[in-house]
Design a protein. Structure first.
Length: 900
């Protein structure tokens, strides 16, 4: 029979860290920590399979309740307490825990088991009536919200949920008693509140708050399962690409209390700094508090140790000095966990009357800066090997260190208007919006926005995603805003207490000045400073980033794919070299003709009606092209440069207004009417499938001649100047080998001519793009004429799917929503369809030429998943835009490791 409930406690556990799919991350690690002898409050985990079955069939699997009873009995035995007992009652927490962490997206109920029957016993045992009633009011607040409202599918309008209504009662009580802190409320206040809460719940929800421990437990479990399908959980999963089929586990665990007085505390920590990667134990704690108090950001948490102190937290006691023995025990656990998991851990702990309990450990989320630094340093420390280090950094995390920073000069002049905690590094500038919906809508209109909130909640994730940066008045480095922003590598400042936000009026007051919605501000998320206005952002200097260099060195050592770049201008080529490109995989030549000086000659050529006129026009372009190619070959020397002959349909060059028609007609000495007729004759119904690619060179060989000559003359000149250059001439859109042999003859003739004319000997290659299905199918024949292949996966996707690359936007969103497509095939290669053609092209091409050099220069060359595929398909290189070169280097190393 399938096991539904996994027990952990007292050094023994049914599960282990590798059971994440079944027990969720939290459950699996609680089991692991228990087995490691780390103090973990005993409990049990109900599996994700139970969740999936429950959500499908609305019932629990057979035998589940019996297993639950047995596990609960096990916990009771260890604790010497009984659940629902009037003398010595056990209280439990009920928490979610999915395979992949979804911070704050699902529900938790604490203090389950408090009833009129168990309260007196607990008071007697703890001798602390206030504590018990405080725990009870927390239970009622959470339970009514999570179980009685949310899980029951009740959706009150914003701000009118039961939790808010209860909070209003509590605020009213504080006002009446003239106090500000929850902790200032007396036992009698709490007792009276509890009574008011219960009445309100009956009134609003039409049901009494359950006064039976077992009902509470079952209700809590059910609510956690249901929260998997809560609105915000679903929207988070969509953004993070987490499958909806996974389900969550439920962890039922003995309650330990950090709010039992001044020898009790609670905290969260990272074994290293998750924002910088620095190897220091990093965290926050609060004395006499429960975990939710730290995460909610309602009290400013204390620094964990002396090393964590900042200017702003200097006056707050660290755990290191306040409870030195417990702190040392925590340090020992920290070291042990890093050694055991070989990774940075994110931990939660509670100290109950001087005794330390671990409530969670998991691999900590980190931003790109930290991920890169830790990967390199852990290799140096001998904690992980090089391959592990490479797999630790997500290629997209490199984006973060390549992201803009606030220009220091502008920043110095500006003078900050406020300072908060630096939760997400980098710079961000944008217009202020105060709600997540506004952020999303403004961004949709193409505006750059900064989401400003008192604090964020999981309900805000869509707006946070849309914003350039996030700024909150409340919260610490582990608050919701900080965690989510860090996960996405977004610029973020939290706990900026100088902001007085009025969300209703859509204004914020800072330092006496009022800012309205739409006003520009700039954030420096690296140091936590806020500036008025739109400050200049500058690109980061990767050259000086030592951690990045170390990681890239390892990547280069482990990858087998070469990385080239798509660049048409010397500046771009230089940028790509700085990023580590090993050549140009695609130099498109079409943009080179739009220069005012050249476009006229180009147009003359296009509308020419006989070869002589055409040749005359084309040859006017030769000096320009020679200079173009000289520039780009020199910029890449000594690396190879693949130059593609003219590709696009000619009518793109002759979209003319009336003035241009007159001018061109005059220039050519023909009538305007004649010119108009000629231009309209060039019109095509399907230009993408029309007179483009090598079809141009076949029809107008003088174009190929001119371009080939320009390439070789540039090569000869540079060679003479002592530069090592290597041009690779690439023929586009070949569908049959005869097209290629036709063009080859011209190109090779030009090379021979230039060599003879200049007396310079140089090397070059002629190859072709493989971007039509027929080219893949007949690649063995084409390879006879080609010295290299480069897959043009943009056109290959277009022609394989029959999706116009320019028009897919019209229906793609529907296809994605309906799950007809998993992702945009123009972004990530369709491995099963287009990919099969690529594999066929490789196999057939190399069946003719064993060592045929093959690359890819479509957009997919910069997409990590596609790079993995190209590695497996046996390509020699990928070519991508300059800014994706570092990502491609890392992704290529990961592909090599994954597919070893
Ligand atoms: C391609 O088709 O993949 C390609 C690289 O060429 P272009 O995008 O210029 O058509
Ligand atoms: Mg193409």
């Amino acid at each position: 029979m399938k096991k539904n409930v996994y027990f952990f406690g007292d050094g023994k556990a049914d599960g282990r860290a590798t059971d994440k799919n079944l027990l969720g991350g939290k459950g699996a690690n609680l089991a692991e920590m228990t087995s490691l002898g780390i103090p973990v409050p005993p409990g049990f985990t109900i599996t994700t399979d139970v969740c999936v079955e429950y959500l499908k069939q609305d019932t629990y699997p057979q035998g589940m309740e019996q297993e639950l009873n047995d596990a609960l009995a096990g916990v009771e035995k260890i604790m010497g307490q009984k659940f629902g007992d009037s003398e010595n009652p056990l209280l439990v927490s009920v928490r979610s825990g999915a395979r992949q962490s979804m911070p704050g997206m699902m529900e938790t109920v604490l203090n389950v088991g408090l009833t009129s029957g168990t309260i007196p016993g607990l008071i007697k045992k703890t001798g602390n009536e206030r504590f018990v009633y405080d725990a009870y009011r927390r239970l009622i607040m959470m339970y009514s919200d999570v179980v009685m409202e949310k899980a029951a599918g009740i959706e009150p309008p914003n701000g009118e949920g039961i939790r808010n209504q209860l909070e209003e009662l509590m605020d009213a009580m504080k006002e009446k008693r003239d106090v500000t802190l929850d902790t200032d409320l007396t036992t009698d206040d709490l007792k009276s509140l509890v009574a008011q809460f219960k009445e309100k719940i009956s009134d609003v929800l039409g049901k009494p708050f359950p006064d039976n421990a077992r009902d509470q437990l079952l209700g809590g479990i059910e609510a956690v399962f249901r929260s998997w399908n809560g609105k915000r959980a679903i929207s988070y999963r969509k953004i993070e690409n987490i499958p909806h089929e996974w389900g969550t586990a439920v962890n039922v665990q003995t309650m330990v209390f950090g709010n039992m007085g001044n020898s009790s505390a609670t905290g969260v920590a990272f074994t290293r700094n998750p924002a910088t990667g620095e190897n220091v134990f990093y965290g926050e704690w609060l004395v006499n508090a429960q975990g939710e108090d730290v995460v909610a950001g309602t009290r400013t948490p204390n620094p964990l140790n002396e090393a964590n102190k900042t200017e702003d937290t200097q006056h707050l006691a660290s755990l290191e000095t306040a409870m030195p023995e417990v702190y040392q025990q925590l340090v020992t656990i920290r070291n042990g966990l890093e050694k055991h998991y070989h990774d940075m851990q994110d931990i939660e702990f509670t100290i109950q009357e001087g005794r330390l309990w671990m409530l969670q450990t998991r691999n900590g989320k980190r931003n790109g800066v930290a991920a890169i630094r830790m990967a390199g340093e852990m290799v140096e420390e001998g904690l992980i090997d090089k391959a592990t280090a490479i797999m630790r950094v997500q290629p997209k995390q490199l984006d973060e260190i390549m992201h803009p920073m606030v220009d220091p000069k502008a920043e110095f002049k500006a003078g900050a208007i406020a300072k908060g905690l630096p939760a997400g590094p980098g710079g961000g500038t944008g217009q202020i919006v105060f709600t997540a919906d506004d952020a999303e809508n403004w961004a949709k209109d193409g505006k750059q926005v900064i989401l400003v909130r008192n604090e964020t909640s999981p309900e805000d994730v869509h707006g946070m995603h849309a914003a350039e940066a996030i700024l909150t008045a409340k919260g610490g480095m582990t608050s919701h805003a900080a965690l989510v922003a860090r996960g996405w590598g977004k610029c973020c400042i939290v706990g900026c207490s100088a902001l007085q936000i009025n969300a209703k009026a859509k204004t914020m007051i800072v330092g006496g000045k009022t800012f309205k919605e739409g006003d520009w501000i700039t954030l420096n998320g690296t140091i936590g400073k806020v500036y008025e206005g739109k400050l200049n952002l500058i690109e980061p200097d990767l050259e000086k980033n030592k951690d990045y260099q170390i990681l890239m060195d390892i990547a280069d050592e482990l990858r087998t794919l070469k990385i080239r770049t798509n660049a048409d201008r010397p500046e771009d080529a230089q940028q790509a070299r700085d990023f580590g490109a090993q050549g140009i995989g695609l130099c498109r030549t079409e943009h080179m003709f739009f220069d005012p000086e050249r476009i006229l000659a180009m147009r003359e050529m296009i509308v020419a009606e006989d070869e002589t006129t055409r040749r005359k026009a084309v040859m006017k372009l030769l000096p320009f092209q020679r200079a173009d190619f000289k520039g780009i070959l020199a910029a890449m020397s000594p690396f190879p440069v693949t130059i593609r002959l003219l590709d696009p349909p000619l009518h793109e060059f002759v979209t003319l207004d009336d003035g241009q028609i007159t001018e061109l007609a005059n220039e050519l000495g023909i009538t305007e009417n004649h010119l108009r007729n000629r231009v309209s004759a060039l019109h095509e119904s399907n230009p993408m499938l029309g007179h483009r690619g090598c079809r141009l060179g076949v029809a107008y060989p003088e174009i190929t001649e001119m371009q080939a000559r320009a390439i070789f003359e540039a090569t000869a000149e540079l060679t003479k100047e002592g530069k090592t250059v290597f041009p690779e001439v690439m023929v586009p859109l070949v569908g049959t080998v005869t097209e290629l042999s036709n063009q080859n003859a011209i190109i090779n003739q030009m090379a021979a001519d230039v060599k003879a004319e200049t007396g310079v000997n140089f090397e070059y290659m002629v190859g072709t793009m493989i971007e039509l299905p027929r080219a893949c199918v007949t690649a063995d024949e084409i390879a006879k004429e080609a010295e290299f292949f480069s897959f043009g996966t943009n056109d290959l996707t277009q022609t394989t799917y029959g999706f116009s690359r320019d028009d897919i936007g019209g229906f793609l969103p529907i296809y994605l929503d309906e799950k007809i497509l998993k992702n945009d095939p123009f972004q990530s290669i369709d491995q099963n369809g287009v990919g099969e053609l690529v594999k066929m092209g490789v196999q057939k091409g190399r069946s003719t030429k064993k060592d045929l050099k093959i690359g890819v220069c479509g957009e997919h060359g910069g997409d990590p998943d596609s790079i993995d595929f190209f590695h497996r398909a046996g390509l020699n290189y990928v070519s991508c835009s300059p800014y994706r070169v570092p990502i491609a280097r890392l992704a290529a190393a990961q592909a090599a490791i994954r597919n070893k």
